[in-house]
Ligand binder design. Structure first.
Ligand code: M6R
Length: 600
């Protein structure tokens, strides 16, 4: 998703902006731009990667001690230089960068064009620069949009312009002749970093941590004015406000690759530790949440992607361990269920980033109906971490790779912990998670990787891969298929074993690879499904703790009962990684995908 970076202070801004944008790369982007200066604005932008553009556009040469920079992930308008940010007003005096969606941009643009404004891009974002220009001008506001005014200061003009926007936005704005950055956020992430050399703005904490760990998490509608040596916080609804400075507790080293070639491999390798950290919870809070589940009149789990798979796994665990039914709904589909919500409903919102727009929208809809919210996220200070009545943190440390790996297994462990808490027995879960340490260590070892690398070599030219499982192994198959498809671009699909004969069996032909996830519990039935595949010429790859004659290949994993979804996911993450590497793809940044999906 788009990334925002801004700096004002005592140092030359352009090298800082380039480094900050480089640090934001993991969010995914297609174009880059920066603008610096105060007496005169200097703008450079184009399609491409930051490292190439830094040289080609001499980005680090731009002068001035303040500037803003942007990595764009196209939503409105094609991937072109003119659509890249920053965007400016008609006279190139005001420059803005924006992350989010301006829902009423067409309405605003039409009025601005009628007033003589000339637009240079197809983006929704550009209206912001023209609106500020409009409010700065002597001629007053857009007819019918606000009360009249005759010219405003830059801050004033920004406030008035921001109040006209509908949608989600994190915006940084600068203006020729002004030594300040003006910022605003609503439903899009924006963090402020405070340091001795100046003030930083970014979409996330990690990119700021090269300079400071002291950050301010902004509330919705917060409006910030930062100058060299001074920063003021306002809220568009309530005037000047105080915002606490928090110190980031994790270390930047955790967000760096270390000796690993890719973040994906590093993050896969951290899981022996991260699942332990997922269990470090205040058990009084866990018990309180278990009580809320028991007394909830309807319990919904909402999430997207891998987080959704973790919730589905949770629903099987709750059913099996605690004899309790919960509803699991894709956040993007939740509007179809909203009418069931009441004050007694309990909604779990699960999101690694805590910024997924679909999840936040669903949470806000649930809050409007008075339902109680439990947030489960990995990012302290994220929007989701501030939306809920109760909060559980995953404690996985930063996950930089676009694919969820360590945070998925942490989420599953947290589901298991809640399921055990429903039975008044966290201890059994904690012990089982401790026992996984060595198994995970082995599954991420060099020798296991080499075996999976060989298998990846055999599969990398395939066009289709299928995966089947039953119960907890079905949700594992769903997650494994997502991992393989998103990073290797091989069409990979998962089915419940029992569904094969209802359609998917037609896809099996000579040599079609089918992964079969097996556990002791459902062993016989899923092995029968594997035989159905084999009988049609399929190439069966078993993932289980025992070998079976039906398997053409066998990935050996220990049997960890309810925690099999953790243990069986890990070799599939490694396989997905090896497939990407063998196909010369970047596992950390799959095409068309972003780490934090902040648009609906
Ligand atoms: O940050 P979230 O957990 O809300 O993200 C949800 C999905 O976007 C995410 O899990 C996505 O599917 C990943 N690419 C999966 O690897």
């Amino acid at each position: 998703m788009c990334g925002i970076f801004g700096y004002v202070g005592s140092e030359k801004a352009s090298p800082i902006l380039c480094r900050g944008l480089k640090n934001l790369e993991y969010r995914g982007y297609d174009s880059v731009g920066i603008v610096t200066g105060s007496s005169q604005l200097e703008i450079r932008k184009d399609v491409g990667r930051i490292d190439d553009l830094k040289t080609r556009l001499s980005l680090e040469e731009l002068g001035g001690n303040l500037g803003i920079g942007h990595t764009r992930w196209a939503t409105h308008g094609r991937v072109t230089a003119k659509n890249s940010h920053p965007h400016t007003d008609c006279k190139n005096k005001v420059a803005i960068i924006h992350n989010g969606i301006i829902e009423n941009y067409l309405e605003l643009k039409t009025k601005l064009v009628e007033r003589g404004h000339r637009f240079s891009s197809d983006t929704d974002s550009e209206v912001i620069a023209h609106l500020i220009e409009e409010w700065l001008s002597k001629s007053g506001p857009l007819p019918g949009t606000a009360s009249s005014v005759n010219g405003s200061s830059f801050e004033d003009a920004c406030t008035k312009a921001f109040k006209q926007l509908r949608g989600s936005y994190a915006v940084l704005a600068i203006c020729e002749g002004e030594e300040k950055i003006v910022a605003v956020r609503k439903d899009s992430p924006l963090v402020v970093g405070i340091s001795e050399i100046g003030t930083f703005f970014a979409s996330d904490v990690a990119p700021i941590m090269d300079w400071t760990k002291d950050v301010v998490y902004l509330e919705n509608n917060d409006f910030v004015v930062a100058e060299k040596g001074d920063i003021r916080f306002y809220n568009l609804d309530s005037g000047e406000v105080k915002r606490p400075v928090s110190t980031v507790e994790w270390d930047l080293e955790e967000a760096k690759k270390g000796n690993f070639e890719h973040f994906m491999l590093k993050e896969i390798s951290e899981q022996a530790e991260t699942i332990q950290r997922a269990c470090v919870q205040d058990m009084a809070v866990v018990d309180r949440i278990a009580g809320m589940i028991r007394s909830g009149y309807g319990v919904f789990f909402i999430a997207c992607g891998s987080s959704y798979h973790a919730c589905l796994t949770g629903s099987y665990l709750f059913s099996k361990v605690a004899n309790l039914h919960v509803n699991v709904v894709l956040a993007s589909e939740f509007e179809n269920y909203e009418h069931f919500l009441t004050k007694k409903t309990l909604v779990f919102a699960v999101s690694q980033s805590g910024e997924t727009a679909d999840v936040l929208e669903a949470v806000r809809a649930a809050k409007r109906r008075g339902s109680r919210i439990v947030s489960i996220t990995n990012v302290m200070g994220s929007s989701l971490s501030r939306e809920g009545d109760e909060l559980l943190l995953m404690n996985s440390g930063p996950e930089i790779c676009v694919l969820s790996t360590k945070t998925y297994t942490s989420q599953v462990v947290m589901m298991a912990l809640l399921a055990c808490a429903l039975n008044g027995d966290h201890e059994s879960c904690l012990q089982k998670v401790k026992d996984l340490y060595l198994d995970i260590y082995n599954l991420t070892s060099r020798s296991m990787r080499d075996r999976l690398k060989a298998l990846a070599g055999d599969l990398s030219s395939q066009d289709h891969i299928y995966m089947i499982g039953r119960g907890l192994q079905y949700t594992t198959a769903l997650e494994a298929a997502l991992k393989v498809k998103e990073v290797s671009y091989i069409h990979t699909e998962a089915f419940a074993g029992g569904e094969l004969k209802h359609g998917p069996l037609a896809l099996i032909e000579e040599g079609t690879p089918v992964f079969v996830f097996v556990s002791k519990e459902n062993g016989d039935r899923i092995v029968s499904n594997a035989q159905e595949v084999k009988a049609r010429g399929g190439f069966v790859i078993g993932v289980s703790d025992w070998d079976n004659p039906v398997f053409d290949r066998w990935i050996k994993v220990p049997d960890c009962e309810d925690l099999n979804p953790v243990i069986q996911a890990i070799p599939m993450q490694v396989l997905a990684y090896e497939l990407a590497v063998q196909k010369n793809l970047d596992p950390d940044k799959p095409r068309n995908l972003a780490k934090s999906v902040t648009v609906l």
